[in-house]
Design a protein around this ligand. Structure first.
Ligand code: ZN
Length: 323
């Protein structure tokens, strides 16, 4: 298992895009600043989709540009196509992710594109990235959405996930990610799929997974991924996001709970837990009508908790280390 685990906060994108409420731009900036100050090193801050489709993301360019002023923060953005990628790069994003639904039914319904059409888009984006001057080229990741199952197709064949991973790399992605978009994954499946995809594209081309907690298996799946050598885990503060297909179910795995799990295991996240828990107040105040999830925020840190339970330095004295 890796000693440093990168928690990639996706709340400002995955979380906010599925809520009815629209978070004001100033609150988004305050949230991102506070979370970076708590030690979070990577934040997916928005999605470059047409505002007519997702008004929650209309300020994506402004948010990316602002986040880029925060020292040491990797600023990620989701891009559905070449047009979005162009805007994300112009705004200064360090990392861009394009989702490809392994379930083609889901792809046609969500992106209104077949796999071939998405792969054409990937090739065009890869060319655009290559055109950027050295040092300004964003890291380009292809996210394998619905990799663990689909709300429209049900089971998704693992062979198909492996094939699409290879296709994304061939089309020009630097890396692929596995996304449990629907919250169907279980730990055995997470391990198996990571092994299979890594065997196909190489371990260095699959370093992160994106998990949801729809059925309460989020942290178990995260641990399974870590045991396979995954080093980046997506999570959202307060677990915001929800899932339109599972009313009442929480969204992404909860950043606070994930950070506590890793820290208490003696792993390094670079995150100060007390400061992270305090960020919740900003989100709560900006989204008064939305439910926030998480056990650690409700229960508080254990009595006398000093981080790592005797396995090294206290969390508050963690010196920032680079991932
Ligand atoms: Zn998601």
């Amino acid at each position: 298992m890796t000693q440093f685990v990168l928690i990639s906060e996706v709340g400002p994108r995955d979380g906010l895009q599925s809520l009815k409420s629209i978070m004001p731009t100033a609150a988004k900036k305050a949230w991102i600043e506070a979370e970076a100050a708590a030690g979070v090193r990577e934040i997916e801050v928005g999605s470059f989709v047409p505002p007519t489709l997702l008004p929650q993301m209309a300020d994506a360019a402004e948010i990316v540009a602002h986040a880029c002023t925060i020292p040491g923060l990797t600023v990620a953005a989701l891009v559905p196509n070449l047009f979005g990628a162009r805007n994300a790069i112009a705004a200064g994003a360090h990392k861009i992710s394009l989702p490809l639904s392994v379930s083609e039914t889901h792809s046609l319904k969500n992106l209104r594109r077949s796999h071939d059409q998405v792969l054409d888009e990937v090739r065009a984006i890869a060319a655009l990235v290559a055109e950027q001057p050295e040092g300004k080229r964003p890291h380009f990741e292809g996210g394998l959405a619905t990799a663990f199952g689909c709300t429209l197709e049900g089971a998704v064949a693992e062979d198909q996930v492996v094939r699409m991973a290879a296709a994304l790399i061939e089309a020009g992605c630097a890396e692929v990610g596995l996304s449990d978009t629907t919250g169907y994954a279980n730990p055995a499946q997470v391990k198996r799929l990571i092994r299979r995809v890594r065997a196909e594209v190489g371990a260095q081309r699959l370093t992160g997974v994106h998990l949801h907690n729809t059925r309460g298996l989020g942290l178990a799946n995260a641990l399974a991924a870590l045991e396979e050598g995954i080093t980046t885990l997506d999570a959202s503060l307060g677990g915001i996001g929800g899932c339109p297909f599972a009313p009442g179910a929480s969204g992404n795995i909860v950043t606070e709970d994930l950070a506590f799990m890793l820290d208490s295991m003696g792993l390094d996240t670079g995150i100060d837990l007390e400061r992270l828990l305090a960020v919740r107040e900003i989100v709560k105040a900006a989204l008064p009508d939305e439910q926030l999830y998480g056990f650690t925020p409700d229960a508080g840190l254990p009595l006398g908790y000093r981080g790592g339970w005797g396995l090294g330095p206290t969390s508050s004295s963690h010196s920032p280390s680079t991932p």
